[in-house]
Design a protein around this ligand. Structure first.
Ligand code: KG4
Ligand code: ZN
Length: 411
């Protein structure tokens, strides 16, 4: 959607080596450098970044293919894969950057929230690393990092509204500073990516020729393009709750019941690809999209009513794996166009988990001198960690009713 500075990784090895030998050397002399490490879920990521947000080197190992085969993340498997890959991933990022350990100004690592066993691997590795090389350590909140990644790509000023939607997250927050967030709404049960992954699994989309090697969410987006969403009418979640929280479990239940009914009608066993998969995908995607859009619409109206957004160029940033869904983006654009907000969606590569977003959060903290530790004895990981100050009750109390808005995508 917009140009970004992350160019050092795009060329061939030779090209990259040349660029790094000329530019990185000059930068290394003038800029502080941060190594970022991410292991909170199913990606082992590392990146070296300079103070301007230029990615000097990065490496990412995704476990998604392994977890797709087992039908979900098994924490002990995730832990083993992080353990097997973290050394190589960090080494690759360092080598690609042309930066030596001694030139680093700090190491930033995700310590919360996430899977305990996964977080533990990144933290242990990082604490050993900072001890060995005598570097300051910057503990990172994974959601804060997602929320602020956009600022690496362009100068988005605080405050701005953030929608994070992925396989593990679903929340709306107001970002007021690098460590200052107001939580407006969050999921009461599961995240939208998780819901779509489960629906895709229940539909056995892995057997579909167009969907065998992609995530459930992607599969639903692709099939939905050829489907008629009006063939299945799912009740939109939480219609009578005038807050900004999310709920997707009830929708999943409705979809599962419709699938069962269709299987009975067609006289096929569970696990058989139904003839109506495209229509189910389209209806599921539309219901997820409009639920997300309505909660976001209310969050915008709440922020406006409380004067929480700037009058000049108020912005909604959307991130997380589900943010790469074009249908959802289009529906959100209807909301932002109607309310006069600017919609920013970072490229998919930066919406999903990686070391770059952690390194960037380290850079932001280093610049402001916030949360930089020279002693790490007390540091631990936290599987559960809220984002910012929770004002969801205040949002609920405001009980803002949405004006009618047609969420219809035409193309
Ligand atoms: O951010 P992410 O890579 O990992 C975390 O969950 O943290 O997001 C992965 C999730 C998966 O649930 C996947 O199904 C969903 O994002 N996803 C999508 C699309 N691409 C990935 N959902 C809807 N439409 C897509 N195009
Ligand atoms: Zn994430």
């Amino acid at each position: 959607m917009f140009a970004y500075k992350a160019s050092a990784q795009q060329g061939t090895r030779m090209f990259r080596a040349k660029i790094l030998s000329k530019c990185a050397f000059r930068r290394k002399m003038s800029s502080r450098l941060v190594l970022g490490i991410e292991t909170s879920c199913d990606e082992t990521g590392a990146a070296v970044m300079d103070e301007t947000g230029l990615i000097l080197g990065e490496s990412l190992h995704s476990q998604k293919e392994v977890h797709m085969k087992t039908g979900g993340i098994i924490p002990t498997v995730a832990q083993r894969l992080h353990r097997e890959n973290i050394g190589r991933v960090v080494q690759e990022a360092m080598e690609r950057s042309g930066v030596t350990q001694s030139q680093l100004s700090a190491v930033a690592t995700t310590v919360k929230p996430g899977l305990a066993l996964s977080l533990g691997i990144g933290l242990d590795f990082s604490l050993n690393f900072v001890k060995l090389h005598q570097k300051p350590f910057i503990p990172i909140h994974h959601m804060e990092a997602h929320a602020l990644t956009v600022r690496m790509l362009q100068p988005v000023v605080f405050p701005f509204l953030v929608l994070l939607v992925s396989g593990g997250h679903s929340l709306l927050a107001l970002a007021r500073g690098i460590d200052d967030f107001l939580l407006l709404g969050q999921t009461l049960d599961e995240a939208p990516g998780d819901t779509m992954d489960k629906v895709a699994r229940r539909l056995s989309l892995i057997k579909h020729p167009k969907c065998s090697m992609i995530s459930g969410g992607q599969a639903i987006e692709i099939l939905a393009r050829d489907g008629d969403r009006l063939k299945f009418l799912f009740k939109p979640p939480m219609g009578a709750q005038y807050d900004c929280n999310f709920s997707f479990a009830g929708l999943r239940n409705q979809v599962t019941m419709s699938i069962q009914k269709k299987e009975e009608e067609e006289g096929v066993e569970q696990g058989t690809l139904l003839s109506c998969v495209n229509d189910i995908a389209a209806a599921t995607q539309h219901t997820v999209a409009s639920h997300i859009a309505k909660r976001t619409h209310r969050a915008i109206l709440f922020c406006k009513a409380k004067d929480l957004l700037p009058s000049c160029n108020p912005t909604l940033v959307v991130s997380g794996g589900v943010a790469s869904n074009q249908y959802i983006r289009k529906i959100l654009k209807i909301v932002t166009d109607t309310t006069g907000l600017h919609l920013l969606c970072p490229p998919s590569k930066f919406c999903t988990d990686n070391g770059v977003m952690i390194a960037w959060n380290g850079v932001e903290r280093l610049r402001e001198g916030k949360g930089i530790l020279s002693h790490t004895e007390e540091v631990n990981y936290e599987p559960k960690a809220p984002l910012g100050v929770n004002i969801t009750a205040e949002v609920k109390e405001a009980a803002i009713k949405l004006p009618p808005l047609k969420l219809r995508v035409t193309d």
